[in-house]
Design a protein around this ligand. Structure first.
Ligand SMILES: [Zn+2]
Length: 307
């Protein structure tokens, strides 16, 4: 129990530190400033910030939301982004069943055939790797959501980050699954063909299908409406997120995203007289996160109707 709390605290602190880096990205990407070289400074008085002003979340709370040097109010966006990233990292681990006791048992038994299971380290490493990649995915989605919300533009760099995450998942899943397919072939005394050795159990192929299954129809809508119905960045986001999630979960993500988008946007149009222009990025991101955390349960529940 204590160990579990400790592990989650480490994950949360990691999350808010990355979150403060995300704030820099959110601020500087739309104005094309370099992310790494310039020192952090107050946006009003330009005073460079000392190391003790830069503790994520805690500095904001300690300074009560004001600049130490000129007293100007610091935007609430900073602590919100930091906290959100920390909380999402914790939830990524929580939904995957992370804890001090589960950690040791996480998928270490791999089913090779109906009656044969092996104990293997590769599956554990892969599973924990996927959780860490999921945390990075959430971070990229936060950047996309805030920037799209403000500028109606999804930064290409954030989509490229998600593409890289998807490729890492695709390659490692292929490697892990081919390994088990090879074991299975050894077991039944059969030589896998080259295609089978790569294609293995077909799970990696689900990711490739995921890249196209939603992005192709959306791209057709994009070209047919000349970019009025949906943004090019949204199409690319659904392609790269599909590579990470696989085809089943990206369908869940799009349906959830459209649901969130239509419900919340109608409320916003009624309440605050919001215009017709709609930034889809935040809603699609929320849909992707929904699929990431509970998508498997939704798919299982849904396919229950057909059995
Ligand atoms: Zn200042």
């Amino acid at each position: 129990m204590l160990l579990t709390i400790f592990l989650y605290s480490v994950v949360f602190i990691y999350g808010i530190i990355i979150g403060s880096f995300l704030n820099v990205c959110i601020l500087r990407i739309p104005i094309k400033q370099t992310i790494v070289s310039r020192r952090s400074h107050c946006m009003t008085c330009n005073h460079p910030l000392a190391w003790y002003d830069l503790f994520p979340l805690f500095s904001y709370l300690f300074l009560r939301g004001k600049c130490r040097y000129c007293g100007t109010k610091i935007s609430k966006q900073y602590p919100i982004v930091e906290f959100t990233n920390g909380a999402m990292a914790v939830l990524c681990f929580a939904f995957a069943g992370f804890g001090s006791d589960t950690l040791r048992y996480i998928n270490t038994f791999v089913k090779i055939s109906e009656e044969y299971e092996v104990l293997d380290w590769a599956a554990s490493v892969y599973d924990i790797g996927v959780i860490i990649l999921s945390c990075v995915l959430c971070s990229a989605l936060i950047v996309i959501s805030v920037i799209d919300w403000r500028t109606f533009e999804i930064p290409v760099g954030a989509n490229i980050v998600i593409l890289i995450l998807g490729l890492i998942r695709f390659i490692t899943l292929g490697l892990v699954d081919s390994r088990y397919y090879k074991m299975y072939c050894d077991l039944i005394g059969k030589e896998p063909s080259l295609w089978e050795a790569i294609y293995a159990r077909g799970r990696a192929m689900e990711l490739i299908i995921g890249f196209f299954v939603m992005s192709v129809p959306l791209a057709i809508i994009y070209y047919a409406s000349k970019g009025k119905a949906i943004g090019g960045g949204d199409v690319k986001l659904m392609a790269v997120a599909g590579l990470f999630l696989g085809w089943k979960l990206i369908i869940v993500a799009l349906i959830a995203g459209c649901l969130y988008g239509s419900v919340i946007h109608i409320i916003r149009m009624k309440v605050s007289g919001e215009g017709k222009q709609l930034a889809m990025g935040p809603y699609l991101s929320a849909g992707i996160v929904t699929a990431l955390w509970v998508g498997k349960d939704i798919v299982t529940w849904y396919s229950g109707f057909f059995n």
